[in-house]
Design a protein around this ligand. Structure first.
Ligand SMILES: O=C(O)CCC(=O)C(=O)O
Ligand SMILES: [Fe+2]
Length: 252
């Protein structure tokens, strides 16, 4: 069993190796609202977390196939795991979310304080696209940042890339994702296994490109908040549609 303390200690040492790249990461984040931390953790932790995640999917995955009204009726067709299952049966994946070293690294890249989200079901989730036409459709996140840790990624010609339009904030009354996508520009990224990408996910309209064939794309998504996020009311109804049990447990 890996202890939480141990995980923080391991990633703190690992992140120290990024010191020489920090100014580049900061500059890129400023212009692209996206950077990659690659590799996100040491190799043995990646392997252990991957084993943990496969076990979580085997025991807890829920297949979803729905349109989410809040993001303009865009599709979610995939298998996912809610935060509570990961919290209960996971070890390394939840420990990383609590690791002070991660908050320090993220804060030094974005230039402000990075905080856990105040709504428990959104702390972390996992998703797996595996069938042809599986897609995580266009949407915005409820909180400012997402860190998406990649465990499986198909070759680019099979889909699974992240696409985003930066600085296209969510008008919850009238989301109009098609219009924003048509206006573009659409930025495309295809992070590799072992990388984690940081995205300013509240103002970037984003999606995962559909799989064109049966393949595997497996990720964990962590969410983070600004101080300002904690002061404003946040509507969690799209989370309630995707993770009904977890939402009911914490908010119901
Ligand atoms: O799978 C991805 O790369 C994106 C995940 C995402 O946008 C989310 O879970 O909100
Ligand atoms: Fe997202």
């Amino acid at each position: 069993m890996t202890s939480t303390l141990n995980v923080n200690d391991r990633i703190e040492k690992h992140f120290a190796g990024f010191d020489g790249r920090l100014s580049d990461l900061r500059d890129r984040y400023k212009t692209e609202h996206y950077i990659e931390i690659d590799p996100f953790v040491p190799e043995d932790l990646q392997a252990a977390a991957h084993t943990e995640l496969e076990g979580l999917f085997a025991a807890n995955a829920r297949r979803r196939d729905l349109l989410v009204a809040q993001s303009g009726n865009t599709p979610r067709r995939y298998s996912n795991i809610d935060r509570d299952a990961i919290h209960q049966d996971g070890d390394i994946i939840p420990a990383i979310y609590r690791a002070p070293a991660l908050y320090e690294l993220l804060g030094s890249i974005v230039g402000e304080r990075v905080l856990p989200v105040p709504y428990t079901p959104e702390e972390y989730i996992a998703s797996r696209l595996h069938e042809p036409n599986d897609v995580h459709g266009w949407h915005w996140d409820d909180y400012t940042w997402a860190v998406v840790w990649v465990f499986k990624m198909p070759p680019v010609e099979h889909g699974g890339s992240l696409e985003y339009i930066k600085d296209a904030p969510w008008d919850r009354e009238n989301p109009q994702p098609e219009k924003l996508v048509a206006q573009g520009p659409v930025w495309t990224r295809h992070p590799g296994v072992g990388a984690a990408y940081l995205l300013k996910a509240d103002t970037a309209l984003h999606r995962v490109k559909p799989l064109s064939v049966a393949d595997e794309r497996m990720i964990v998504c962590y969410s983070f908040a600004t101080e300002a996020d904690l002061q404003r009311p946040v509507d969690h109804s799209s989370m309630a549609a995707l993770y009904p049990e977890s939402h009911a447990r914490h908010e119901g």
